[in-house]
Each structure stands twice: as C-alpha cells, then as structure tokens.
Design a binder for this molecule. Sequence first.
Ligand SMILES: Nc1ncnc2c1ncn2[C@@H]1O[C@H](COP(=O)(O)OP(=O)(O)OP(=O)(O)O)[C@@H](O)[C@H]1O
Length: 371
Amino acid sequence: MARDPAWCRAAVAMMAITGSGSAPHGSQAHVRLEHVTKRFPGNGRRGAPLTALDDVSLEIDRGEVFGVIGYSGAGKSTLVRMINGLETPTRGRVHVGPHELTALAERARRGVRRDIGMVFQQFNLFRSRTVAGNVAYPLKVAGVARPERDRRVARLLDFVGLLDRAHDHPEQLSGGQKQRVGIARALATEPSLLLADEATSALDPTTTGEVLALLRRVNRELGVTIVIITHELEVIRSIADRVAVLDGGRLVESGSVYEVFAHPRTEAAARFVGTALRDRPPPETLARLRRTHRGRLITVRVRDRAGFQTALAATFLRHQVTAEIVFGGIGELQDRPVGSLTFELTGPPGAVDAALAALRDDGADLVEEDD
Ligand SMILES: Nc1ncnc2c1ncn2[C@@H]1O[C@H](COP(=O)(O)OP(=O)(O)OP(=O)(O)O)[C@@H](O)[C@H]1O
C-alpha cells in the first residue's frame, strides 16, 4: 500500500532543526596534565608492571565541568589521584592552577590540596559526628575558629538544603542527603576545584538528578571547577561541558560533550557512547519491526545539520519513495539535536536503492536494518 510521500515531508518538516553552538573552550587552564604515565609495579605473581595511565595529556579549564568516562579499570581513579597529588606519575607533569604539583615536596602539595575538594561514591562521612560536625571537620583541621566555623557550616548546609538536619547523624539520612553533606564538607574550605569520583554511582536515578543539580549550582553559583569521574554516560550528558574518554589507561578522545557523543572519532569512544545515544533500535524492536513491516528498514542518525531533514524528505519525494517513520526520536545534547529515525521505505523497483545512494552522496549517516 503506497502512502503519500507528502505525509513524510510534513512529518519531517515538523521536526526542523535549529542548531546552536556549544560552550566555547580555550580560556584559562585550571588543571593540566602533560604526557602523564603511571605504572604500578607487578605484584610478583603476574610479574609485569601495570600501566594505569599511558601518556595522558589534557587541560581542564577554570570554571568548567569536565567529565572523565571509561570502563572499570580504565584509569579514572588514578587520574583523580594524580590531580590531587595523592599519586605521583612515573613520567610526565601535573599542573594545578599556578603550581606544578609534580615539582613540589609533599608538604607543599598538601597546601595545593587544600584548594581541592573531594566527593566520593560512598560519601565517606564520619558516622559518629553529626551532619554539622562532618561539614565542620575540615575547617577544624584547617584551624578555623569556632564562630567562623559555625557561620560557614550553617551557610553550606543552607546551600545544600540540609540546614534543618544539622544535628542528625549520617545514618538518619538518605543516600542523596548523605551525598549533599559530602558536597557541603568538600566545599567547607572554599576550594576552587572539586573532584567528584563516581559521586552518584551509589544513588538511584531521581536522587542522582538532585545531586547533579546541586553540583551544577556549585559550578554556576560558586564558580568552582568540577572534574567528574564516572562510568555513567547520563551523568556526563546532563552536567559536563567537555569530556575525556579513557580506555585501557589511554586518553582516546576528548572534546565538547556534543562532539564526542555525536561524532566519536575512535572505535573505543564510539563503543562507549553508542549505548547512551540509542542510535539504533534495540535487537528485539528490530525483530518486531521486521515482522510487521514489509518495506526496507533504514536508520538515519540525526545530528546538528541545518536543513538535513528537509533534504531527506526531498530526496525520498524525488525518487518516489514512501518513507514512514517507524521508530526513533530526537533528543538534545548541550542544546543541540541528536537522535535517530528508523524509516520503512517502499517504492518502485530500484527507487529505494537510488534514494539511498543519493542520501549517502549527500553525507547522510545511515544504516540498513535488513538481515
Ligand atoms: N595502587 C595500585 N597498585 C597496583 N595497581 C593499581 C593501583 N591502583 C590502580 N591500579 C590498577 O590500575 C588500573 C586502573 O585503575 P583505576 O582504579 O584508576 O581504574 P578506574 O577506571 O577508576 O576503575 P573503577 O571504575 O573500577 O574504579 C587497574 O588495572 C587497577 O587494578
């Protein structure tokens, strides 16, 4: 049964794309890693040393939210420990602000560390101290006098929305509330840099959203640079400006979240981000679509390209191909469109092949979903 190609044109035109630019990059570096390699000695049984980081160079700008993603064992936590000076590289240099960490003695490194807040997956709160006591602890260590300490603690608890829980103990709080205390504590010494290592990995999706919203406020309202380490792509997608992908200790890709997610240049990054964008129908959906649709199935990736969908509809029309959207959708990443549309194509003999050839010539990123 032929359908009116105009239907397709109208549907596609309705989803016309208006792209906008992503956050600019290139201001002042807050953290700089130059050719950092970290080797751990072999444990005797397996023998060979383990390279946790392999010649990693990257710059994190002051005031940005920078994500680091990678599978378990990729080297993410080792990278964090390089930035806060808890590990020293086997080779290479680490700069934080004006300091070259790798050139400093431990005592001086501790001074730099005071300007770095840490947030952990398991919160790491003192169970024996109250919420206020936990937030006050780093101030006590830093020798801040009681009245000032109390003032800062109240301000921080207010900022994270837990002023009314000041006298509770951590076990009386939910996971999300514990992490908010963790964030307040990390901010107590007014650091300019916050390192969040899997800060939401122990939380459910709703609570994750709340904690990410708080981190966004920390970044925007307090101007704190945030480095967020995670294996959860949704975390990067919702909060980061730029992202680096680690794979087997190597930095395989870095750039704006849009560029890395929408146009991964390496196979390793594509494999990692592919799941986040749901660029293809899942196998069970494809099987069902094949059963219920007689025409050719193709999936077209939609990216930030002005006029692309109008051109797509025009190509189908020109070749007398009927194109019905049977699956897909378009979302947003850093305010730019990203998604995919799966079409069922039907038409006169040879017309579908001609239309697909024309689309490929025009640079369309499409996949044939037929067996
Ligand atoms: N102190 C250490 N001694 C020996 N090997 C180590 C040490 N710390 C890390 N490694 C090894 O270095 C590699 C990278 O570890 P790292 O913890 O940085 O990875 P990750 O990406 O943070 O992983 P995960 O998400 O599982 O925490 C792993 O193979 C790990 O076993």
